[in-house]
Design a binder for this molecule. Structure first.
Ligand code: SAH
Ligand code: F3S
Length: 487
């Protein structure tokens, strides 16, 4: 459809004598194929990139073979993530042989980490663009058009893309990401993110609210506020989080923290479901939990990565809380919001991790009984403090075995958690058709657990009360009772 529209406009302009190249650029005939890897922030960034390039006449396509420009938004978090991207580049190379005019750009964390080295390492790459340089894409694309390689990996103090309205990619029209902070100041010793995404800065709350209002007007029903460390959100008129101490008294007095932002969003759109990710335990404060409890439309789910249950390892990771402080936080969450779901990220086999440390991780998990989790074997990342100071000394088999034990325990806990929903009636927002059955809808409850149920006459975007009859460790299976009052 969009192609046809573009074609018509070209005819109009060419009648007025504009050159074909200009037509092509201005009139949406160039095709952008964009692929994203890694965290939700990358997927959200790709929507910003698509928006910036739409103004340059690029329409997105799902067909790699018809693309004029192929962009891959990359992840550096573990070595495997980088290997996946390298494999994709091989595939792009094969396509480029058939379509030599196709250009290939690398975005995101690998671009930032490897910079112009990428051009040497991967001959297929024409353009390397770091996460803070997307507004420079029009110039970079022009350079590439003129036959030169283009690189911009400059990190910024204040770029938040607050003024760019994202083009929603692969959208179900119901759920969307809204980014609220960029970068991270935490310097966990295993993590490459502070190096690839720079220092932390927050986005103007008014532009966040505007985006949320706009999403509601377009029919979206759920948003996820995104940041590496959302609880550390702090708006005082712009600038880096670490420079807050230098702010004026007025700026300090009117600053907006995460609890306040959550409240502002919850009030602005009282029917919009609100989620957020990720929370770092060291920055999560009681007022955030209390705000969650106060508003029905803030979902009762916290992704609260801990990485390890051992105080010694937490310290070596530069996670700035102890196991005991983490338990206190968990107790507070469960006290204030008894039915709150909690999920984790864990790393198995961090340097020097002993069997005892590993047992501490398992016993921490027993205490919390997470609803679900994302678990990884430690992967040494170049340039991080852990890589510079510590030997990656845990044998691969030991890492794998510990990881398996962590995953097995999580699966047991996940099942215990899903079983707690049996027999209950829960509100589910329908997101689309179930992957396993065309006759069933798929949605999530407030705790973020996936729920499937027969379609009947309900439709995508409906809030439906569903009676839960059965479950696996990851999914609740039920039947609709009625539309909820929330519609
Ligand atoms: N900002 C988030 C995490 C971002 S990275 C936080 O506060 O924790 C997502 C997850 O990847 C991390 O939580 C961690 O579990 C995992 N991860 C990061 N670096 C890793 C590494 N070098 N090896 C293995 N897992 C890693
Ligand atoms: Fe990484 Fe720690 Fe920040 S895991 S993204 S440095 S909170």
């Amino acid at each position: 459809m969009q192609e046809a529209k573009g074609g018509e406009k070209i005819m109009d302009e060419s009648l007025q004598g504009t050159t074909l190249t200009l037509d092509k650029k201005k009139k949406n005939t160039r095709k952008l194929y964009i692929e994203s890897y890694g965290c939700q922030m990358n997927f959200s960034d790709s929507e910003i990139v698509a928006s910036i390039l739409a103004k340059e006449g690029f329409n997105t396509t799902h067909e790699l073979t018809e693309a004029d420009l192929v962009l891959v938004n990359t992840c550096s978090i573990r070595e495997k993530a980088e290997q996946t991207v390298r494999k994709r580049l091989e595939k792009f190379n094969a396509v480029k042989k058939v379509n030599p005019n196709m250009k290939v750009g690398v975005l995101g964390c690998m671009a930032e980490r490897l910079k112009s080295k990428f051009l040497e390492e991967e001959q297929i790459v024409d353009m390397v663009v770091g996460p803070d340089a997307y507004k420079d894409l029009p110039n970079l694309v022009q350079e590439v058009d003129e036959g030169r390689n283009a690189v911009n990996v400059i990190l910024s103090k204040d770029e938040t893309y607050g003024d760019v309205a994202p083009v929603r990619l692969n959208s179900n029209g119901i759920t969307a990401f809204v980014s609220i902070t960029r970068g991270c100041d935490n310097m966990c010793t295993f993590c490459v993110v502070p190096f690839t995404r720079g220092r932390e800065r927050s986005r103007n709350p008014h532009s966040i609210i505007e985006e949320v209002n706009d999403l509601w007007a377009k029919g979206f029903k759920e948003i996820t506020l995104l940041g590496q460390n959302v609880d550390s959100y702090l708006w005082y008129g712009g600038g880096l989080k670490k420079d807050f101490a230098k702010a004026t008294e007025m700026q300090k007095a009117t600053a907006v923290n995460f609890a306040k932002l959550l409240e502002m969003v919850a009030i602005a759109q009282p029917k919009m479901r609100i989620r957020f990710s990720t929370s770092n335990p060291q920055d999560m404060t009681l007022d955030v939990i209390e705000t969650m409890a106060k508003f029905d439309n803030i979902c009762k789910y916290i992704h609260l990565p801990v990485q390890s249950g051992s105080n010694r390892i937490l310290k070596a990771m530069n996670r700035l809380h102890t196991r005991e402080e983490y338990f206190e936080l968990i107790d507070n969450i469960k006290r204030i919001i008894p039915d709150c779901a909690i999920s984790q990220d864990m790393i198995a086999g961090f340097p020097t991790e002993t069997e005892e440390d590993h047992q501490d991780t398992l016993s921490l998990m027993e205490y919390v009984k997470y609803d679900f989790g994302f678990m990884f074997a430690y992967s040494e990342r170049p340039g991080t403090l852990a890589e510079r100071k510590l030997d990656d000394d845990i044998p691969e088999e030991t890492k794998k075995r510990r990881l398996r034990e962590i995953i097995n325990m999580q699966q047991r806990h996940s099942l215990e958690r899903t079983q707690q929903h049996l027999g209950k009636i829960e509100e589910v927002l329908i997101e689309g058709t179930s992957k396993k059955s065309d006759a069933h809808w798929m949605g999530r409850n407030t705790q973020n657990t996936v729920v499937v149920f027969p379609k009947e006459n309900y439709k995508v975007g409906d809030f439906v009360n569903v009676k839960v009859n059965d479950c696996t460790s990851a999914t609740l299976i039920g039947e609709a009772v009625a539309l909820s009052e929330n519609n």
